[in-house]
Design a binder for this molecule. Sequence first.
Ligand code: BG6
Length: 464
Amino acid sequence: MITFPKDFLWGAATSAPQTEGAALLDGKSPSTWDKWFEMEPELFFDGVGPNDTSNVYVQYKEDIALMKKMSMNSYRTSIAWTRLLPDGKTLNPKAVAFYRDYFEEMIKQGIEPIINLFHFDMPWWLMEKGGWEARESVDHFAFYAKTAFEQFGDIVKKWATFNEPLVHIECGYMGDAHYPKVHDFKRAIQVGYHTLLAHAAAVKAYKESSQNDGEIGIILNLSPVYAKSEEPADQEARHKADLIYIRSFVDTVVHGYFPQEFIDLLEENQLLPETQAGDRTIFEENTVDFLGVNYYQPLRVQAVENPRFPAQSPGDFARYYDWPEKRINPHRGWEIYPEGMYDIAMRLKKDYYNIPWYVSENGMGVEGEEQFLDAQGVIQDDYRIAFLEDHLAMLAKAMQEGSQCFGYHMWTFVDCWSWLNAYKNRYGFYRLNREQNYARSDKASSYWMKQVIEQSGFEYGGHL
Ligand code: BG6
């Protein structure tokens, strides 16, 4: 029997831009996703854009009733910056009414809201000024955060500043999956610096707000890094990848400073960002209360044969290693490695004073799930149940060994729109039937999870 504490937070996660819809209704201004879809709709899977998500702006009460039916006790979503402050300054009363009702309804049904402020949805008015590349983005974000705390801090007691900051940095400034599709390592570092500074400024705003009796953290995607071999060159690649993808974020938000080795690496490669006097104090004084960890897959690396100097991308420090023995989710192309969950937990225990944390995302996206529909109209997603069992077993092992994990959220609750992938891969406990008025229907994993929640555990047959 795999068991969890009685007060463990069980739930699921999503974000405003991936669920609400109503992208330009009731005063909301366009986010960069809304504009990008207008400019290049062909880039989005099946041509489905951010206006056509799961209609949560209308159906939130129905979803909360389903959460209750599943016995969930917590749920993460985000606020859309562009809905709350359409021009960055003026409060939108319709947004306040919507979010208050949404969060109050959760609380009424025994579901604790965990509310995140930024889930990749940069306002278009700010993107036109340079987005996170512009120093002014930090003050704009701090103002938005302060406004959210003032409006909802009486009922929301767990806040997150950002979801996966690495992703908008990497996909937007070293890749093509996010706007503005720039490939420039130095600009990416500047974007990362301003993002982390904006995070610390938001933590500061929370501490200074009159409703600061809750907790504030950040949600990071942490992929434990493994080397191809014990060879020194592969180990060095592992060390560098870990420094760039893990320590530059976790050290900064938990300890309050960038690792010196990371600063040296940037300096040697002429990548140092522009900073201002006083920034250091903001980082030092505004560390997090907890971490949310999104874990999907590990990162496997090997030595780089001919690295460029100065480096042009993280690929000059570590090269991706395709481990021949890996188990894979073929729909997403991501490795399935539940042991990574245990390794992250132990790392937080060892290197980050065993900070309280929770699994803020973990899950499995599958294409064409309708093929698993049974005669009762239920999707028989055994693969998802097996995935959950293996990851939860690893999490429980870490907790037995002292890891301070306080919850587990699956990505996601109802199948949601996912950026350029739109509805390609489905992740939910419930299926979204867009063609039938956005009706929600059951997947077997929702029944399985309900039982796990009610029994605080499950009988594990073991696949590992
Ligand atoms: C996470 C993000 O990284 O992965 C989510 O926080 C995203 O926003 C999820 O939807 C799944 O991504 P994808 O690309 O497989 O649909």
